[in-house]
Ligand binder design. Sequence first.
Ligand SMILES: [Ca+2]
Ligand SMILES: [Ca+2]
Length: 192
Amino acid sequence: MKMFLAYLILLALSYYAAALTDSRELTQASSYLTGKWEMWYIANDLNQDGVLSLDDVKVFEVFYAKIDFPEDEQRHPTFSTIERLWRTALLGGRSEVSKNEFVEILKTSYESNKTNFVETMREFDRAFFEVIDLNGDNFLSKEECMLDLMATNHMDTFKDEEFFNAHKLVNGLIPFEEEIDVWLRFQTEDDT
Ligand SMILES: [Ca+2]
Ligand SMILES: [Ca+2]
């Protein structure tokens, strides 16, 4: 009888431990992370009409379409990747979204599968950086960053070159992977 009781207690404890483990594995977006997404919504509203839509990505495209690319043929496939990701990952397939809807779309995606969410954001960031990396060397120069900030109406971010110099520079340039990591931490991390 004692053995049986001990067995039952062990069984109960193991279920309890499993339940604790499960709850730890649930991914929930913290208010800190959703706060960053709210800031990102405002930053992505490139035409500054108060609503996020495909018109915003057009602002970016129109700016870069005017610049002579050394690898001109590369630009259009990258633009179509950006549009696809903008439409699916940020707009949830709609033509435009409010700030609350935007946060909800990201929250649902993040909480259902964080790994997929991070990979989608990585693809999204890479597509953008491929456009702004004008000479295609996989590094971002100060001039390339300035043009990007002009394209996205964020020149104020560049004040005193602080923004640029905050990166881990290699020979005075930002390595592509470093810039992607910086953005991924902003878009997907709960505590940085
Ligand atoms: Ca807009
Ligand atoms: Ca470059």
